[in-house]
Write a protein that binds this ligand. Structure first.
Ligand SMILES: Nc1ncnc2c1ncn2[C@@H]1O[C@H](COP(=O)(O)OP(=O)(O)OP(=O)(O)O)[C@@H](O)[C@H]1O
Ligand SMILES: [Mg+2]
Length: 381
């Protein structure tokens, strides 16, 4: 991370001398503490006006990897007289345009070989049903005739092997030394959970994490997939950043439950993806309501339509709401995804997943009559 930051700020020039800060040895410290980055630099001879320019460039150059709120800039000046001298003699401030790199300029993002669309599933808060949603959406699209894969990028709580009923299985490599993803219920997948023992405490650090995710993306045999979903860990940490730095992501779906506390975090996640210039496909409200099987009354346990209302304010599409259903949880626990089981067809949860899948198809394959025909035959939609 430190090195990457250094590379990104390397082109920044001292407006007074025209030399880069790197050449002048002005970068004094780059401290990385989780998501928080502190950059200290030597501002000897640089006026307040020029300082503002330099700091604007730092923020711009890092916009793809560091959120502005997480960035602290410290300027060090042993001789403040220099500062004032420079300020009074500088009449014209050079325009920063020629050294502005923007977030994507120096980094060639790669596409995942052989994959149609890469879609990341994120959330602000943990436990909102992201993995359950990812696996079931993947199964839904698979049953519609699409070729689908899932990467479980959650190092702290990888749950996809369990949801797929493949705990304890180990992927092998093919002749080209590519990892062959496991397959279950018509969906290919890879997970950190397949490479670590479940009982082991996982204390992998961010950079290593990014490396493994890169391997999952680029050194695995995903060829032929229409969709590859990435189940991100909750929050706005290293994995999210490392993924978007390296990979062409076609869209992000944000999952939230309706209550304010989850929504608040979801909005933070959304803002992060926006700052990284990723296309937001929309938000999904999970656990939106619960229909009691005794009285058939619909209960809004976590508040009513919180996400549905929030999307208007946030100006993002609403992709749908998935109600609470005990069988969805039980299917997840038993490794038989709900949407891979035709006996649930017609229930509100099944209809919800089909509606979200239809929106994704509409977005990415609007002119595909064969698949939409198959979709109609399978689900009557
Ligand atoms: N709509 C739903 N109805 C019933 N149970 C649900 C629903 N959505 C999720 N669950 C259950 O809620 C729990 C949390 O879901 P899940 O593990 O998918 O969340 P997550 O956001 O991936 O969590 P983490 O942040 O730990 O990765 C699981 O037990 C899951 O079966
Ligand atoms: Mg999860």
């Amino acid at each position: 991370m430190r090195e990457q930051i250094l590379n990104l700020i390397a082109p920044i020039k001292n407006p007074v001398s025209g030399q880069t800060f790197t050449m002048e040895g002005r970068w004094k410290e780059i401290a990385v503490d989780g998501e928080k980055i502190t950059i200290s630099y030597d501002r000897e001879g640089i006026s307040p006006q020029e300082k503002r320019l330099v700091e604007k460039m730092i923020v711009e150059n890092l916009s793809g990897v560091v959120i502005e709120e997480n960035l602290t800039l410290k300027s060090i000046s042993a001789n403040s007289a220099d500062v004032f001298k420079a300020a009074s003699t500088t009449t014209e401030v050079p325009a920063p345009a020629q050294i502005k790199t923007g977030h994507a300029a120096p980094m060639a993002k790669k596409s995942v070989p052989g994959v149609g669309k890469v879609i990341a599933i994120g959330s602000g808060k943990g436990g909102v049903g992201k993995s359950t949603f990812t696996v079931n959406l993947a199964c839904t699209l698979s049953r519609m005739g699409r070729k689908v894969g899932v990467i479980d990028a959650d190092i702290y709580g990888p749950s996809v092997p369990m949801l797929m009923g493949k705990r304890g299985e180990k992927p092998v490599a093919n002749n080209d030394r590519k990892i062959i993803p496991l397959e279950a219920h018509g969906v290919k997948f890879l997970s950190f959970g397949l490479f670590v023992e479940e009982k082991d405490p996982v204390i992998w650090r961010g950079p290593m994490l990014g490396g493994v995710l890169n391997q999952f993306l680029f050194d695995a045999d995903w060829a032929g997939l229409d969709y590859l979903f990435i189940d991100l860990p909750p929050g706005t940490g290293d994995v999210q950043l490392s993924m978007v730095q390296n990979c062409n992501v076609d869209g992000v779906i944000i999952i939230s439950t309706p209550q304010d506390v989850a929504l608040l975090d979801a909005v933070k996640g959304l803002e992060m993806f926006r700052k990284l210039h990723l296309p937001i496909l929309g938000m999904v409200e999970n656990m939106s309501s619960f229909v009691c099987s005794n009285c058939q009354h619909e209960h809004h346990l976590f508040g009513e339509a919180g996400v549905e209302k929030a999307v208007t304010k946030l100006e993002v599409p609403f992709l749908g709401k998935v109600p609470l259903e005990i069988e969805l949880r039980m299917s997840a626990d038993s490794g038989n995804p709900y949407m891979a089981n035709p006996s649930f067809e017609g229930r509100p949860v099944a209809r919800a997943f089909q509606a979200v899948a239809a929106k994704i198809e509409q977005q990415f394959h609007p002119q595909d009559p064969v698949k939409s025909g198959l979709f109609s035959r399978l689900f009557g939609g």
